[in-house]
Write a protein that binds this ligand. Structure first.
Ligand SMILES: Nc1ncnc2c1ncn2[C@@H]1O[C@H](COP(=O)(O)OP(=O)(O)OP(=O)(O)O)[C@@H](O)[C@H]1O
Ligand SMILES: [Mg+2]
Length: 292
């Protein structure tokens, strides 16, 4: 069995299967957004999910995290079948961020992280209303943990700022802190560097390595190929809802089908179309075409 030494000093058994998505299909009416997709993520792995716009990446995340109930297929986490309910998925040990940032904009950064923690604390409404000792103890511990997490993502100085006043890159990091507050084993990130400048992107890369060093697994969607291939142990490329190729970075990066999926088919005429033999008539000359 492969043992990975994490930065925090824990041994992570990299052969432990955490997420096991089997033949997941999601249809919206006549549109098959995700078609028969299977993907495994092991403990301590960073796995990338790439593919052109509309390939089904976010829909697949939504199927994994209980926002959608797949039309068919199943999702297991640590061997257990995952119920398609976001709250139960979080309890099972999976947390996510969203392509379109979803923060509580009128709450401070610290409060946003504390919201993430509530799914884990034992406090119930009665404890909170009567401010029973257990509630006060938990609140203190939560505040301390939230500050640690803000520090971990590099936002300690922003703790008391309203999240809507944070720069875009900081909002993305805050979402990660909030996801970490649920104490996940697997973190799913949907385009964590969208809208970031190159320096912020490098910081995000370092942050994700640090998260892995804590012993977590990460599944990350991104369009920035340099980021993906620097970061990921394995990459899966979706095209039109289906897995085109999956493997280690070098294999996926050099697969001509992946390049073609992103930039379109090479501009060669089909074999049965004869090449043009004459100049176009003068009236056609200046028109041009979008794919010329
Ligand atoms: N709730 C929905 N109802 C109907 N169609 C949907 C729904 N969600 C997604 N789709 C469609 O499913 C397909 C896949 O969309 P999805 O958002 O998963 O793609 P994506 O790979 O995340 O793209 P992007 O890189 O642009 O974020 C698209 O054709 C989209 O229009
Ligand atoms: Mg998406």
């Amino acid at each position: 069995m492969t043992q990975v030494m994490s930065g925090a000093g824990h041994h992570v058994d990299a052969s432990t299967l955490l997420l096991q998505a089997s033949s997941v299909t999601m249809r919206f009416g006549g549109l098959t957004a995700v078609n028969n997709v299977s993907l495994d993520v092991h403990a301590g792995e960073i796995v990338g999910l790439i593919g052109p716009n509309g390939a089904g990446k976010t829909t697949f995340f939504n199927c994994l995290t209980g926002l959608y109930k797949p039309t068919s297929g199943e999702v297991r986490f640590a061997g257990e079948l995952l119920p398609p309910k976001p709250r139960l998925v979080v309890r099972a040990g999976m947390a996510r961020t969203f392509q379109n940032i979803r923060l509580f904009h009128n709450m401070t950064a610290l409060e946003n992280v504390m919201v993430g923690m509530y799914s884990r604390t034992k406090t119930n409404a009665i404890d909170a209303v009567f401010r029973l000792p257990r509630h006060r103890r938990e609140e203190l511990a939560s505040t301390e943990r939230a500050r640690e997490l803000l520090d971990f993502v590099g936002l300690s100085s922003a703790a008391d700022m309203l999240s809507r006043n944070l720069p875009y890159g900081d909002q993305r990091r805050l979402e990660i802190a909030r996801a970490l507050a649920t104490d996940p084993k697997l973190l799913l990130l949907d385009e964590p560097t969208a809208g970031m400048n190159p320096q912020e992107t490098r910081q995000a890369e370092e942050l994700i390595f640090k998260i892995r060093d804590l012993g977590l697994a990460v599944l990350v969607i991104e369009h920035d190929m340099r980021f993906i291939f620097n970061l990921c142990d394995r990459v899966c490329c979706l095209v039109r809802g289906e897995v085109l190729v999956e493997g280690v970075g070098e294999v996926v990066q050099n697969d001509p089908r992946v390049i073609e999926a992103y930039i379109g088919a090479p501009a060669e005429p089909p074999a049965d179309v004869p090449p043009p033999t004459a100049e176009p008539p003068a009236s056609e000359a200046g028109k041009g075409s979008a794919d010329a």
